[in-house]
Design a protein. Structure first.
Length: 89
């Protein structure tokens, strides 16, 4: 997620993580209830947790939820969501 989806992480943090001033985001923890990002806002770094829409217990469901979150964040920002092939934005 960090290397291939930096834009997605930032969009998720800005919209779903209620941190619109973020300039960078790096995923550092995932569990069954949400995802934690290390976020840069101005000169500061802080942790931002974004909860999943429901509890998850299997890895494929987490991937699907991250894709859903990215699509929702793109829509909130009015940008084209990434497609599986990497095109889109």
């Amino acid at each position: 997620m960090n290397e291939d989806h930096t834009e997605d992480s930032l969009m998720i943090v800005k919209t779903l993580g209620d941190t619109p001033d973020a300039t960078a985001a790096e995923l550092f923890h995932v569990d069954g209830s949400g995802v934690d990002f290390k976020v840069t806002v101005g000169d500061e770094e802080r942790a931002v947790r974004v909860p999943f829409s429901r509890p998850l217990s299997e890895r494929p469901a987490i991937r699907e939820e991250l894709t859903r979150m990215s699509t929702e964040a793109a829509a909130a920002l009015g940008v084209e969501p990434r497609t599986e092939s990497g095109s889109g934005r």
